[in-house]
Design a protein around this ligand. Structure first.
Ligand SMILES: NC(=O)c1ccc[n+]([C@@H]2O[C@H](COP(=O)([O-])OP(=O)(O)OC[C@H]3O[C@@H](n4cnc5c(N)ncnc54)[C@H](OP(=O)(O)O)[C@@H]3O)[C@@H](O)[C@H]2O)c1
Length: 332
């Protein structure tokens, strides 16, 4: 059996329960591509799988221990082999996209969830993109129905989703206000926000009737306050909300849907989809330099636990990356 190194979990917990073990290398299905991973990014999605929270998730993910031992979804790397039905990628092509189990030397991805990596972008910058940018784009464009000239507020502008949302809202022609703390004000302005609200000194919800769309990555304000600062036909799009141990973001989401049920304003909740056309759109934006990844820190594979503990603080500046080099792990 050919083996590889992969991050595995056999119980729920914080970063310390992650082990790097030798397991079987994935084999390529007919519509799949095996990628030699160079970098993978950490998402709250992975953190939920690691901690087994909210507990509600364990109904499908495993009650006492995780059913699926691997972590990671955002990947960038080099094509190692392709399935029989894949005729537009060859070994050696550099790619980015989504694949379950990305914190490993090799991962099998569906062809449809990969695009070619632009040569002007590093593996780390490429691995940062998929979930964060898909969530931002689909929240703004599909669920927010954003139109050009509208005024968008991104709450949590400096995080993994927010740093792409600020840029994508601008690319879609909107006027953007980003909410972040003092240390990130310059960054958010550099990403194209016309206004920046420093949440440590200012309160965006005081701006009555101001925003056509709120993309909320934090969910830390009263719903009445979101309603107050939205325009009469404004949309409140819930991306993330406080991570309650039992039900997670569900109570905030339900409260939002109920509070917005009547009247001309509306609310939406959603789960980002791995849409091939959207990944292709990001490839073009990265190629032309129109969109960039903000990277907080790159951790070597050996220090993956620290990467998860960093995400857990809730104060990442952009994306946290794990760099994976098969060569450096050979001989383990
Ligand atoms: N619906 C979906 O499909 C989907 C997909 C992806 C993510 N999500 C959810 O979306 C949320 C955000 O994800 P993410 O990857 O962006 O998380 P993240 O990178 O961990 O977000 C961290 C950022 O949040 C900022 N922040 C913390 N407290 C804040 C506050 N009170 N006001 C404004 N900003 C604040 C931090 O800035 P400071 O350091 O300056 O405080 C930091 O930059 C998570 O809850 C995640 O589970 C949902």
């Amino acid at each position: 059996m050919t083996t590889m190194c992969a991050a595995t979990i056999d119980r729920y917990g914080s970063g310390e329960v992650i082990e790097i073990n030798r397991i079987a290398r994935p084999v390529c299905g007919p519509d799949q591509v095996v990628v030699a991973v160079r970098a993978a990014s950490v998402n709250p999605y992975d953190w939920h799988k690691l901690t087994g929270t909210p507990l509600l998730m364990r109904m499908t993910g495993g009650v006492r221990k995780p059913n699926f031992r691997l972590l990671g979804i955002d990947v960038a790397g080099v094509v190692e082999s392709v399935g029989d039905n894949v005729d537009d990628l060859v070994a050696g092509d550099e790619v980015l996209g989504c694949a379950e189990g990305a914190f490993a030397d090799y991962v099998a991805a569906e062809r449809a969830t990969l695009v070619k990596k632009p040569p002007n972008v590093s593996f780390e910058e490429a691995a940062a993109v998929p979930v964060g940018a898909l969530t931002a784009l689909q929240g703004l464009r599909d669920h927010g129905r954003l139109r050009s000239e509208q005024h968008v507020l991104v709450n949590g502008a400096s995080g993994g989703v927010g740093t792409y949302a600020v840029q994508l809202a601008g690319i879609l022609g909107a006027k953007v206000t980003g909410v972040c703390s003092t240390k990130n004000v310059d960054l958010i302005r550099s990403l194209g926000a016309e206004h920046v609200v420093d949440y440590t000194t200012d309160d965006f919800t005081k701006n009555v009737n101001e925003y056509d769309l709120i993309l909320d990555c934090i969910g830390n304000r009263k719903i009445a306050h979101y309603k107050r600062c939205l325009s009469d036909t404004g949309a409140y799009i819930v991306v993330g909300a406080p991570k309650g141990r039992v039900l997670g973001p569900v109570p905030h989401m339900l409260r939002s849907l109920i509070a917005f049920k009547f009247g001309s304003q509306r609310a939406a909740i959603f789960m980002a989809q791995q849409t091939p056309g959207d990944l292709e759109f990001f490839r073009e934006l990265l190629s032309s330099g129109t969109m960039r990844s903000v990277i907080d820190r790159v951790y070597p594979f050996e220090n993956i636990a620290e990467a998860f503990n960093h995400l857990e603080t809730g104060h990442a500046k952009g994306k946290i990356i794990v760099s994976i080099s098969s060569e450096s792990l050979l001989g383990r």
